[in-house]
Design a protein around this ligand. Structure first.
Ligand code: MOS
Length: 744
């Protein structure tokens, strides 16, 4: 397998740095009109009146659309994670009602973007506001069991947690909180819609072109065959840009009414409310252990926020109750509805907040036991899932701690907090586990081989910055034995064979199967055309190579592809049935079909952080982050490392900087901009190192690849909080940790 495991540079790298990669907003269609959104300035209530005259009088304004214009034209669609296609089921222009601050209330279209924005800014809207409860902390609504929204997620109760906690000689009970966070990809959200008779083409940054296509077809009453969605590149999504958004249908209708293409690029602030976000979470963790540190009881009660009208929830105790050996387990998950836009996945949706809680609590337990935190995890390692009893297909958590700890210099850590001081700085080290279930989806991919030996691979999957163009090139090269330089990969277009959404860190794990099946079919077809076919017994398809314009047999015999192909190219679609949840059937209808594979497979990692806390000012620096990760065989160490280190840096943001602040009176996100929504910049980052462990897993899939994309961010927040405790003696249980928490 010469092409798997190589650090092939990104095949789209040059196009990106030269500005040749065409992102959605780069589409310059002739005669395009420009749209701008108006979003509500109240948190709840309704629109009483819209006065259009001053906005409409600006030269160049073409149309203004509100609920008065579009009410009946957009049909409802279910949420993408509830068997539908929509990021939010709320149709913002269907009625005058306002459900949250920042809801779309009007669409203005003009000859230029500047004119549209100016008209949007002066459109006069009179509202009737109603009382608003935008934040989970102060909301008065009942806590709803997650199972009421998502029946697959039932509360867990195993053994006798109360009894075990009573008897446990050492225990920890603590409450942890994480804030609202927004993805803030640099590429803003928006769409471009253009009609050709009954056919609609959409250029839109989305990580699920098939979902947008099928969802729009329902909303607008179109045949899905008449809707094409194109997205060859995405400038970051991190969990947003999920599926069908609220703005696409209005823009498509505007384009149809005006008879010309209409493009929308929303503002940064609008992106906070017309895209999704990570909801705030609360966790109560109770741990009980014997004096050696063996867990006797683990209880995790979680509460998360969601909107008033969607059933998006974010359960995650299936990971926290299964990470360590523990005979007595209990978990509850509750949802509180607030007056906000619907939240959604943000990378490693549950693990980032849920493992912040568990891995902080594990550190508290280690401290209570005066035990090294890695020793505590070693004492509670398990090869089976505690709930199902199923064995993990591979589990390298302790190897991650061992290799990572060695590279990091963990042996220099003192168990005693506030023990190391260098000049004015308290120095501390912390660690935490990263863990993420491997998820897999169905996928399909077309391979075309020409007489010149060129290979074209096409799938409606997406390049989200993860390097899919590159690793697909490697996987196709590997499966065919072909030269990567002769392979072209095309992505992000519903005219290619259908694929799922780019999410759940499932892409590589999923497309690898489709590549294999297409490659085997292709080689079988070529072999049947060979003069040798049937003479020598058919060889193992994996040993045939499509190389330098020839079909090469394992014994060295070669025939020119031109002879075998005769009149035309061979064109084959390989399909891979991923999860057991109706994969292909869902794939063909653009529905999400990401789920666990047949084996119980998780990827693991160990995160390490060094922090320095200034003794006088509380200033907090993180000179070093190191993570050691085991995610099966690595297709491309360079792109893998770049995903992991990017995730770790983001984890630092999650620990110390990122928080969306809600105005409790209006429900507005008050820091909806990149100046006040804090993210790490280069000056915040010291050494960041990701170590990739060798891990062979024969059960997960033939290539042994596991999920990697979201692994890097998980556990970093806890590792940093644990290091802050080690440095300063302060246990901080609410993120982000700021200087104010460390002063005085
Ligand atoms: Mo990831 S935010 O689970 O697609």
């Amino acid at each position: 397998m010469p092409f798997i495991g190589q650090s092939l540079p990104r095949v789209d790298g040059l196009a990106k740095v030269r500005g040749e990669a065409v992102f959605a907003a780069d589409q310059l269609l002739p005669n395009t009109a420009y749209a701008a959104l108006v979003t509500s300035s109240i948190g709840k209530g309704r629109v009483c009146h819209v006065t259009r005259s001053s906005a409409a009088s600006i030269t160049g304004v073409l149309a203004i659309f509100t609920h008065e214009d579009l009410t009946a034209d957009i049909r409802p669609v279910d949420h993408v994670l509830a068997g539908g296609y929509a990021n939010s089921t709320l149709l913002p222009l269907a009625a005058p009602d306002i459900a949250y601050h920042g809801q779309i209330v009007a669409l203005v279209v003009a000859e230029t973007g500047e004119i549209a924005q100016e008209a949007a800014a002066i459109l006069e809207i009179v509202y009737a506001p109603a009382p608003v409860e935008p934040a989970m902390d102060s909301a008065t609504g009942a806590a709803i069991p997650v199972a009421a929204l998502q029946p697959a997620h039932q509360d867990v109760s195993q053994g006798d947690v109360e009894g075990a906690l009573r008897r446990a000689p050492v225990s920890v009970t603590a409450v942890y909180e994480t804030p609202v966070q927004h993805h803030n990809p640099i590429e803003l959200v928006g769409t471009t819609c253009t009609w050709n008779g009954p056919k609609l083409t959409v250029y839109e940054p989305t990580r699920f072109v098939e979902g947008v296509r099928h969802g729009l077809a329902i909303q607008l009453g179109l045949d899905p065959a008449d809707v094409r969605v194109i997205c060859p590149f995405i400038g970051g999504h991190f969990g947003s840009k999920l599926a069908l958004s609220q703005y696409t249908a209005p823009v498509a209708l505007a384009a149809r009414r005006l008879g010309r293409p209409v493009t929308l690029v929303a503002t940064r602030a609008q992106g906070f409310t017309i895209a999704n976000h990570r909801p705030e979470t609360h966790h109560t963790i109770r741990l009980g252990a014997d004096r050696d540190g063996r867990l006797l009881a683990l209880q995790h009660d979680a509460v998360v926020a969601t909107s008033q009208f969607d059933d998006f929830a974010m359960p995650g105790t299936d990971v926290t109750t299964a990470l360590y050996a523990c005979p007595n387990l209990s978990a509850t998950e509750r949802v509180i509805r607030v007056d906000r836009n619907t939240p959604g996945p943000m990378r490693a949706p549950p693990e980032v907040p849920y493992l912040f809680a568990l891995e902080s609590a594990m550190d508290e337990l280690a401290h209570a036991l005066d035990l090294d935190p890695i020793a505590l995890r070693r004492r509670n390692d398990t090869l089976t899932n505690q709930i199902s009893g199923k064995p993990f297909s591979s589990r390298s958590l302790l190897r991650c701690f061992d290799q990572g700890g060695q590279a990091f210099g963990w042996d220099r850590r003192s168990n005693k907090p506030r023990a190391v001081r260098e000049g004015d700085w308290w120095v501390g080290l912390g660690c935490a586990s990263s863990a993420r279930p491997v998820k897999v989806a169905s996928a399909s991919l077309r391979l075309r081989v020409g007489a010149d030996g060129r290979v074209l691979a096409e799938t409606a999957h997406h390049e989200i910055g993860n390097g899919l163009y590159t690793i697909l090139t490697q996987m196709v090269a590997d499966a065919l034995g072909a030269d990567p330089a002769r392979i072209t990969v095309r992505l992000g277009d519903t005219s290619f064979p259908p694929a799922g959404l780019s999410g759940g860190s499932s892409t590589t794990v999923s497309v690898v199967g489709a590549v294999r099946s297409a490659a085997i079919d292709l080689k079988r077809q070529l072999m049947r055309r060979s003069t040798r076919a049937g003479n020598n017994g058919d060889p193992d398809m994996l040993s045939l190579n499509v190389e330098r314009g020839e079909l090469r047999w394992p014994d060295g015999y070669a025939e020119p592809l031109a002879d075998l192909l005769g009149r035309g190219d061979i064109d084959l679609v390989g399909r891979f049935e991923g999860s057991g949840e109706g994969g292909f059937a869902k794939l063909d209808r653009g529905l999400v079909a990401v789920g666990p594979g047949p084996a119980l497979s998780w990827s693991f990692g160990a995160q390490f952080a060094e922090v320095r806390v200034h003794a006088e000012t509380g200033e907090l620096r993180v000179p070093r982050l190191l993570g050691a990760f085991a995610a099966g065989s690595i297709v491309n160490p360079m792109t893998a490392r770049s995903q992991l280190t990017g995730g770790m840096i983001w984890g630092l943001g999650s620990a110390l900087l990122e928080e969306t602040v809600i105005d409790p009176r209006s429900g507005a996100y008050v820091n909806a901009n990149l100046a006040e929504y804090l993210m790490p910049v280069a000056a915040d980052i010291g050494a960041v190192e990701a170590i990739l462990l060798d891990e062979i897993d024969h059960q997960v899939n033939p290539l042994g690849v596991k999920s990697l994309g979201e692994l890097g961010i998980i556990g970093v927040n806890a590792a940093i909080a644990n290091a802050v405790f080690n440095a300063s003696g302060r246990r901080l249980r609410r993120l982000p940790i700021r200087v104010d928490d460390l002063l005085g």
